[in-house]
Design a protein around this ligand. Structure first.
Ligand code: SAM
Ligand code: SF4
Length: 338
């Protein structure tokens, strides 16, 4: 693939890459810390960054303001576990007030929601994705390496009571681990106001246990969903990583994020800001752009904007997880901000 041609990179207007994709969404990681140790994400003995390496709220707000001026309108807060960052509701409110930001949502393990859901709602949080990979307590203990399933259920209730909407459940499906629960999940979600989104297991785990055969594929997930009832695909939102399906009896929707078997790179409209201030132009990027040094080195907004534009311009056409020449990124999911 040819290197980025910085000569023709636009210096004004929308944030665009050399394949013509426009960036509209920014995922902001608030921390790499987490109180769970999900086997597909983090090693048991994870080491976390010193706190002074994390971007401050002022720095995060500044980057979001610069991105919003280039057309980014949707923010997702993530981590690690974003709700472990003290002041998570405060930064939510600050980012929601940035001119141009329309929507702000969060991906969380749910543990802190009983304490924070109301504050987050007041702060302007629009929707929340809560991770839950099994409905079985013993299995939960094996996957998250913590006996916290009741905390997650309490978090779901708290999100509902606080009026956060939509509430989506993220469920990573791994062959031989929880693939037998796909139909159970769908039946369960049909009783509650949740949309379940099944995610193919990606090679971003901290323990490097990923193998292609552990990926329970979108096709297999749809086969299991047929046990629950007939469904149809909802008109695709091409910029969404999930393909969405609706049961024909009208009781519920579900999604599948097939990052491994059916990547959505052609329509990707997102970039990531890591907790330590790196721009990642792809979840699977092997190179990053350091904004923190610029932010802390007294650079003006124009210089920061230019660096972000260059990072986006350099974005590749797509990752190649399913290809033999795929190179795993150094960072595991909890350090990227999934
Ligand atoms: N701690 C929060 C949570 O678990 O929701 C937010 C961060 S977590 C890294 C974001 C999402 O990435 C979660 O839904 C999690 O299930 C998913 N995830 C983590 N590692 C993954 C992997 N190797 N493959 C697919 N999804 C993964
Ligand atoms: Fe923590 Fe989320 Fe990673 Fe699980 S997936 S270890 S909850 S960051």
């Amino acid at each position: 693939m040819a290197g980025p041609d910085v000569q023709t990179m636009p210096l004004h207007g929308l944030l665009i890459d050399r394949f013509g994709r426009v960036v509209r969404k920014l995922r902001v990681s608030l921390t790499d810390r987490c109180n769970f140790r999900c086997v597909y994400c983090m090693p048991e003995d994870a080491e976390f960054m010193p706190r002074d390496e994390l971007l401050t709220f002022d720095e995060i707000e500044r980057v979001v303001r610069i991105c919003a001026a280039m057309g980014v309108d949707t923010i997702r807060l993530t981590g690690g576990e974003p709700l472990l960052r003290p002041g998570a509701a405060e930064i939510t409110a600050r980012l929601k007030r940035v001119p141009g930001v329309r929507k702000i949502s969060m991906t969380t393990n749910g543990y802190m929601l009983p304490h924070l859901a109301r504050d987050l709602k007041r702060a302007g949080l629009d929707g929340v994705n809560i991770s839950l990979d099994t409905l079985d307590r013993e299995r939960f203990k094996r996957i998250a390496r913590r006996d916290y399933i009741d905390h997650v259920y309490a978090g779901l209730r708290a999100a509902e009571e606080a009026g956060l909407a939509p509430i989506k459940i993220n469920c990573v499906v791994m062959r031989g681990v929880n693939d037998d629960e796909v139909a159970d999940f769908l039946r369960w979600a049909r009783e509650f106001p949740y949309v379940v989104r099944f995610i193919e297991f990606m090679p971003l785990d901290g323990d490097r246990i990923w193998q292609r055969r552990l990926v329970f594929t979108m096709e297999e997930i749809l086969e299991r969903a047929r046990e629950v009832g007939p469904f149809e695909e909802v008109t695709p939102d091409r910029a969404s990583p999930a393909r969405t399906f609706r049961f024909l009896d009208g009781r519920g929707e579900f999604g599948v994020i097939a990052s491994v078997t059916q990547p959505f790179c052609d329509h990707c409209d997102r970039i990531r800001l890591t907790q330590d201030g790196r721009i990642r132009n792809c979840l699977f990027a092997v190179e990053e752009t350091d904004l923190r040094a610029l932010l802390r080195g007294g650079a003006d907004d124009a210089a920061v904007e230019r660096r972000i534009r260059e990072a986006v311009w350099a974005k590749w056409a797509g990752h190649r997880i399913d290809a033999s020449d795929f190179v795993r990124p150094e960072r595991a999911m909890y350090k990227i901000g999934g």
